[in-house]
Write a protein that binds this ligand. Structure first.
Ligand SMILES: Nc1ncnc2c1ncn2[C@@H]1O[C@H](COP(=O)(O)OP(=O)(O)O)[C@@H](O)[C@H]1O
Ligand SMILES: [Mg+2]
Length: 386
């Protein structure tokens, strides 16, 4: 395929060169270096989203990031991550850098940003479900060594109320296989600040190179705080002030901004917002389990108000799941649905069985002897009176 004059509008260029396969419709937006269009895939008569890197940035370091975005998404398969459908490059007439593009399913609905603009803070039930979905997607990405680095409401799309993370445009792979360009050079821009200030972890502001999955957990904390209060924790009037606040200010506890947040959820969010990565929860999967425990406790007690504060969550060493001391039956039964593995389920069943055994009434040998003596005496009396 070849490109016509650059004076043609990007949409027309795409239509001209991809026209056998797609009808390129309106532009959806996007504020980054790429452009995002709604399109129809002709053969399958389905709506798709076409993301493309325009000519003016196709030769820059953004081009390498875009190539990596395509490779990242191609590796991901999870219900709460927007998948890749197809990818290609349109080659310009006069040579030079081609226009890379890829398609993904059209997630028809609002972004989380649009939902927040319409509704403001959400209900606890909605927040818990959305956070659970988000944490499970992050856990999946984390297990594959991918840090998204731009988790924010704009990049979370809602389809029938179910959330999907999009936009791996500034994602980073922790293994060298994907983080290197074809010529073997590392592509992480030295000194480049990538991300969105109101959701950026302090270490991400200081250096894009040192971030790992814990930066995504910080952003997760910011999104959680915003879903509950209507605002991210350290949003300030200017970008600079927001960046400075992320690095040096302690956010107001979420429980002071919204009083009905269960303490265990408030603790979890504030722990994600710790400035020190080592003091955050150590994995998204632990957040998933903590949220499952909370959901189970709410289910058991029938209300958010009755869920007590958990013990401090361990941030190091073993995968200790935060418990909810004082949640009577819930404490024992919550582990099973939380971990959702055969091993933990059977462990929970064994625990339940032993709990049942310890509380069921038992007859001591003395009592049995007593009953036998009484039975013999009654039998003797009966024979005597016959
Ligand atoms: N698969 C999709 N389905 C529906 N809308 C999408 C999809 N992908 C992106 N969008 C819309 O386009 C916007 C920009 O896309 P995004 O991938 O985040 O690009 P950018 O890198 O420019 O932020 C999103 O915020 C969303 O509104
Ligand atoms: Mg985006």
């Amino acid at each position: 395929m070849s490109l016509p004059s650059r004076s043609l509008d990007l949409r027309e260029q795409l239509q001209r060169h991809l026209g056998e396969t797609y009808v390129v419709e309106r532009e959806l937006g996007g504020g980054g270096s790429s452009r995002v269009f709604l399109a129809t895939e002709i053969a399958l008569q389905r709506r798709v989203v076409l993301k493309v890197l325009p000519p003016d940035v196709s030769a820059s370091s953004d081009a390498e990031r875009f190539r990596r975005e395509i490779l990242f998404i191609a590796r991901l398969q999870h219900p709460h991550l927007v998948p890749l459908l197809n990818a290609g490059t349109v080659v310009p007439d006069g040579g030079g850098a081609g226009l890379r593009w890829f398609t993904m399913p059209y997630v028809e609905g609002l972004s989380l940003r649009e939902l927040l603009m319409q509704r403001g803070a959400l209900s606890l039930t909605e927040v818990l479900r959305l956070l659970r979905e988000l944490a499970s997607a992050l856990s999946y990405a984390q297990a594959r060594g991918i840090v998204h680095r731009d988790i924010k409401p704009e990049n979370i799309l809602l389809s029938e109320g179910v959330s999907m993370i999009a936009d791996f445009g500034v994602a980073k792979a922790l293994d060298n296989a994907v983080a290197t360009s074809p010529d073997g050079k590392r592509v992480t821009a030295v000194g480049a600040m990538l991300g969105t200030p109101a959701y950026m972890a302090p270490e991400q502001i200081e250096s894009a190179r040192v971030v790992d999955h814990r930066a995504d957990l910080y952003a997760f904390g910011c999104v959680a705080y915003e879903l509950l209060t209507g605002e991210p924790p350290l949003l300030r009037a200017s970008l600079q002030a927001t960046l400075a606040a992320q690095v040096s200010e302690t956010p107001e506890p979420v429980s002071q901004r919204r009083s009905d947040v269960p303490p265990v959820l408030a603790d979890l969010i504030m722990q994600c917002l710790d400035k020190r990565p080592a003091h955050r929860l150590d994995s998204a999967s632990r957040i998933v389990r903590a949220l499952d425990e909370l959901t189970q406790a709410v289910h058991t007690s029938g209300t958010f108000a009755a869920v007590p504060r958990g013990s401090t969550m361990s941030t190091t060493g073993t995968e200790r799941v935060p418990t909810l001391p004082g949640a009577p039956a819930a404490a024992a039964t919550m582990a099973a649905p939380a971990a959702a593995t055969a091993a933990s389920t059977s462990a929970a069943s064994a625990a339940a069985a032993s709990a049942g055994a310890s509380t069921s009434p038992r007859l001591s040998p003395v009592a049995i002897l007593g009953v036998a003596v009484i039975a013999v005496a009654v039998a003797g009396w009966w024979f005597a009176v016959r």
